[in-house]
Design a protein around this ligand. Sequence first.
Ligand SMILES: [Zn+2]
Length: 424
Amino acid sequence: MKPKTKKQREIMSLVPKLTPISNRQIEYAEKYLFNHYAYKNGNAAYCMTCGNKLTKKELEEGKCSCCKNSLLTVETKKRKESEVRYYAIVSKCNKYQVIRYYYVKRSMVRKKHSECMFIPVAQEWIDGKGGKPTYVARLALMNSYYSNNIYSLWSDMEIRTKRHVSESITYPKINLIPIIKRNLGDNVKEVCNLKSLSISGVFYLVMNFPHAETLVKAKQYELFNEYKRNGFIDNYWNVVKICIRNNYIVSDFDIWKDMIEAIEYCGGDISNGKNVCPENLLESHDYWVNRMEKIKDKRQKMQDDERAKQYEDEYKKQKGKWFAIAIEAKGLSIKVLDSVKKFIDENNAMHHCVFANEYYKKKNSLIMSVTENGNRVATIEYDISKFKVLQCRGVCNQVPAHYDEILSIMDNHIKMFRKIAKSA
Ligand SMILES: [Zn+2]
């Protein structure tokens, strides 16, 4: 795209003035952008970063004494490998904060020093006003979702629409424009290392969201990291403020959030620092979540009882004439569930869904419980229009013990079922 606005023209005139990538920046990327490998084949092993032949001791310690890198050992016959990563460098140019993204391809050949190629592919220009950044980039490739190569490397750097680049690391020496410097405080290094935020995302947050700015300044990096993905932090800002006031750093967002929600569910006080800033987060989390589960179970039980009660009369009207059935054979006892309440017991004892799925409402189905010496063995769904077993299930819907016997007992009683069906 040709630059159209005054700002775009200004930015395009500044592009050639950016200082080229420095040796230090290159060295940093070579050390931290990629993993370092020891390729081992039989008894011979080489450092794929510097080409050094590794001794047994070096291999055991996982460290190359030549390039000093920690090594991951890979058993392989491969002689060559290459990898691509993206690298971000943040600099200042006039009033702009510029994030430059480099495509870095490292080629490794056994016994040789690895080589990295750095190609600038995109730039994000942020002015101090918090508006949308301007992108200068190479042509984006379509259908590049499955490869790491998202730009046409030899196209021109032009004003283009945004394409998200996820850099693997950011060079930690960063010169900030005044507004970002003010909002970030002296926490640049820490926010650079956050796992789920790109450096561009960090700048966007601290320039546009006062809460995000507060979190960084309070060194609540875990909360800052989750800020964008979660409305929770804004919704529970008063609770966050209590943590900040108590110098309590939230170390694990998901667990802390679960705990806060559980405290609230249990009717606990989330404006009490003792509750929301626990010394032992895990212990506290478990305590409140267990309490919540108990309350939920109780509520569920009450709801179930209420539901059962509402249908009890109707159930009796529909199935009452079957209630007298009590079959005793082959050491088994088979009885019709004679109330909806009994569906709840059967459901919970057998861990299936005979109550939850409202089998008591099924017109042509009769639900029976099979016991042996008083212990539940199976639940039967019997079709009272076709006189056959539709289902016979054990605990957790498994095939029950005595399955064949149960079916044969039911078969032997067809006459009885037919007779009851005909009765008024
Ligand atoms: Zn080495």
